[in-house]
Design a protein around this ligand. Structure first.
Ligand code: ADP
Ligand code: MG
Length: 287
C-alpha cells in the first residue's frame, strides 16, 4: 500500500488567482526516498504542507481532490495523530526550536507523542550518534551552527519515528561542508531506518545518490516522475523546465546523444569518472 497518495489534488491559496498545485496524482510506496525538485514557485512547499497537514489546517484556500497518509485523508487527522505519521524539517530549523538545550529539543517531540522515559532513553541512544550531536546536548539550540541546527532538527524528528519524513530544502542555508554532513546523516538514515523520505532539495549532486525516485514539479504540476536514471535521460525536458543536472550527467548525455557512448547514463561524479576512464581506454585501443 502507498504510504502517501495524492488523488486529483489541487490547492489554491486564498486571495490568489492561480492554483499552486494542480492535478496532482502520486503514490509513494513505504520506505522509498523521493527527491522532489523544481524551480522556485513551482509548488514544492505547498506540496510539503499538503502532506504534513499545515494545508488545510493553517491556511485558507480552495482544496480539491484527496491526500492520504497511511490510508487516511490528511484533513481527517488530529494534528497530534498526524505528527506521529509525518515529521517535517524546514530550511530554517530555528523557527521550530522551543527548548533551552539541544537535549530538551530532541526529547520534546518524543514527550509530546507520549513516549515513556525509558523509550525516550532508548531512542536517544541511536538517534544521537546517528546525527552526531552528542557533543552539543547541553548547548542552547539557537547557539549551534547552521548545519548542527539542521542535525538537531533531524534528530528531533527521527526520535518520534514518523513513517514519513518530509524535508523542505533542509540544506538551503548551509555551506558545502555542513551540507555534506547533513546528507551523510540522510544516507545513514536511508540505510538504517525504513522511513519514507520526501526530500525537496536543489542540491542534485547530494540528492541523486540517495533518491529511489525523482519528481519534477513545475508551475503546480508534476512534469516528470521516475527512477533517477530514466528521469535524467529526459535531459531536454529537464532543461526546458529550469532543472540543471550536474555537469557530469549533462556531458555523458551529450556523448550518448552523439553516439560516442552507449552505456547507462552515470548519475554520480564517481560513476562518470570511472566510465570516462573506460571510454578513454577504448579510444586508445582503437587508435
Ligand atoms: N501563503 C501563501 N499565500 C498565497 N500564495 C502563496 C502562499 N505560499 C505560496 N504561495 C504561492 O504558491 C505558489 C507555489 O509556492 P511554493 O509552494 O512556495 O513554491 P516553492 O516551494 O516550489 O518555491 C507560488 O506561486 C507562491 O507565490
Ligand atoms: Mg519552497
Amino acid at each position: 500500500m502507498a504510504i502517501v497518495r495524492f488523488e486529483d489534488y489541487q490547492w489554491k491559496y486564498a486571495n490568489t488567482k492561480e492554483f499552486a498545485l494542480r492535478g496532482i496524482n502520486l503514490e509513494i510506496e513505504e520506505g522509498t526516498f523521493v527527491g522532489v525538485i523544481g524551480p522556485n514557485g513551482s509548488g514544492k512547499t505547498t506540496f510539503a504542507y499538503s502532506i504534513n497537514g499545515l494545508i488545510p489546517s493553517q491556511y485558507y484556500g480552495v482544496r480539491k481532490g484527496h491526500v492520504y497518509v497511511a490510508g487516511r485523508e490528511v484533513k481527517e487527522y488530529r494534528a497530534d495523530e498526524l505528527a506521529k505519521q509525518v515529521g517535517v524539517v524546514f530550511s530554517d530549523p530555528e523557527a521550530q526550536f522551543t527548548a533551552m538545550t539541544v537535549e530538551d529539543e530532541v526529547v520534546f517531540g518524543m514527550e509530546n507523542i507520549g513516549l515513556t522515559v525509558e523509550e525516550i532513553r532508548e531512542r536517544l541512544e541511536w538517534v544521537v550518534p546517528l546525527t552526531e550531536i552528542g557533543h552539543l546536548m547541553d548547548k542552547p539550540p539557537y547557539e549551534v551552527s547552521g548545519g548542527q541546527k539542521q542535525r538537531v532538527a533531524l534528530a528531533a524528528v527521527l526520535g518520534m519515528m514518523p513513517r514519513v519524513i518530509v524535508m523542505d530544502e533542509p540544506t538551503a542555508m548551509l555551506d558545502p561542508i555542513s551540507r555534506k554532513r547533513v546528507f551523510d546523516v540522510l544516507g545513514r538514515m536511508k540505510h538504517e531506518q525504513s522511513n519514507t523520505v520526501i526530500a525537496i532539495e536543489h542540491n542534485l549532486e547530494n540528492l541523486i545518490p540517495l533518491a529511489d525516485r525523482m519528481v519534477l514539479l513545475y508551475n503546480g504540476e508534476i512534469i516528470l516522475d521516475d527512477e533517477p536514471r530514466p528521469f535524467f535521460e529526459q535531459m531536454d525536458l529537464l532543461l526546458k523546465h529550469d532543472v540543471f543536472p550536474p555537469g557530469a550527467i549533462q556531458y555523458f548525455f551529450e556523448l550518448l546523444r552523439e553516439g560516442y557512448y552507449n552505456g547507462p547514463l552515470p548519475l554520480t561524479l564517481d560513476d562518470a569518472t570511472a566510465r570516462l576512464r573506460q571510454l578513454v581506454e577504448k579510444v586508445k585501443e582503437q587508435s
